[in-house]
Design a protein around this ligand. Structure first.
Ligand SMILES: NC(=O)c1ccc[n+]([C@@H]2O[C@H](COP(=O)([O-])OP(=O)(O)OC[C@H]3O[C@@H](n4cnc5c(N)ncnc54)[C@H](OP(=O)(O)O)[C@@H]3O)[C@@H](O)[C@H]2O)c1
Length: 248
């Protein structure tokens, strides 16, 4: 079934026919081995926000793939900054996507994993309070959780005074969360890139010039440039490009 604005493959093999959800599921897929996939939307001139939020960059085709990537993952990893700023809700999927997960032997919902150094988190935020699966907060040993946080989330400590992301991802994988989808934000993407933990970047390029001011999709300390080969290019009829770059 194809809904909404048609999405077609441009590369490597162009497809004249719009891609339905089944075809998109095959294109994005789940990997046989553990994988950290990062998903962002940016403007043509590289902005990560318009008027301070990602919503101004995202249209129906991006939202469709965004939801599909959530369907495909075991855990959704997000930085505390993005969770707070974008006021994350509980991670919910529609019945069709939950059915796909059940049919494929997955938990009905992915687990939300929040990465935070300061633990300045509100347990009443819907992402925690309304979560269908108990979220995990990935932090370090040098900070105490605010009141109520351990009532609504598992607090996982990796690192003594800063989050050891590699150890954290290993622990998630030990818990059976092998296919990780990171929705940012830029500082977390920067730290994951610095630690060479990113296997894949799915990038939606929105056909607008946001102008100077907004940040890029990556922030933080300098990292050496890393190659990430192109795997596919999709185009939606509203002019949006969807790139998938991956190590393998
Ligand atoms: N266009 C898009 O696709 C997209 C996607 C996501 C976000 N965004 C935008 O990006 C902006 C938010 O970016 P941001 O600069 O706040 O970056 P961020 O990476 O979302 O958040 C930074 C915060 O997250 C936690 N964090 C990140 N990396 C960490 C690490 N390695 N170890 C421990 N904690 C870590 C820290 O929280 P604590 O303070 O709790 O320690 C840090 O202060 C918003 O404007 C949002 O709209 C856009």
């Amino acid at each position: 079934m194809t809904v909404g604005i048609p999405i077609r493959r441009l590369w490597p093999e162009p497809s004249a026919l719009p891609l339905d959800d089944a075809a998109l599921t095959v294109l994005y897929g789940r990997a046989d081995q553990p994988r950290l996939r990062v998903n962002f939307v940016a403007s043509l001139d590289g902005a990560v926000t318009v008027d301070g939020y990602s919503a101004g960059l995202s249209g129906e085709p991006d939202k469709r793939v965004f939801g599909l990537l959530r369907m495909l993952c075991d855990a959704l990893v997000v930085a505390a900054g993005t969770l707070r700023h974008e006021d994350y809700r509980a991670v919910r999927l529609d019945e069709r996507r939950r059915a796909w997960r059940r049919d494929n032997g997955l938990a009905e919902y992915p687990t939300l994993v929040v990465v935070s150094g300061a633990l300045d988190l509100d347990p009443a935020q819907a992402a925690f309070a309304d979560a269908p699966v108990r979220p995990v907060v990935l932090t370090h040993a040098g900070v105490d959780p605010p009141p109520g946080l351990t009532d609504v989330a598992d607090v996982l400590r990796c690192g003594t005074d800063r989050v050891d992301l590699a150890a954290g991802l290993d622990e998630l994988r030990r818990r059976g969360l092998s296919q990780l989808l990171c929705e940012g934000g830029p500082h977390l993407f920067g730290a994951l890139t610095a630690a060479n933990l990113v296997d894949e970047l799915c990038l939606t390029v929105s056909p607008l010039l946001a102008g100077p001011g907004p940040a890029r999709i990556i922030a933080g300390d300098a990292t050496p440039p890393r190659q990430l080969p192109l795997r596919h290019v999709l185009a939606a009829d509203d002019g949006v490009l969807m790139l998938r770059h991956a190590r393998e």
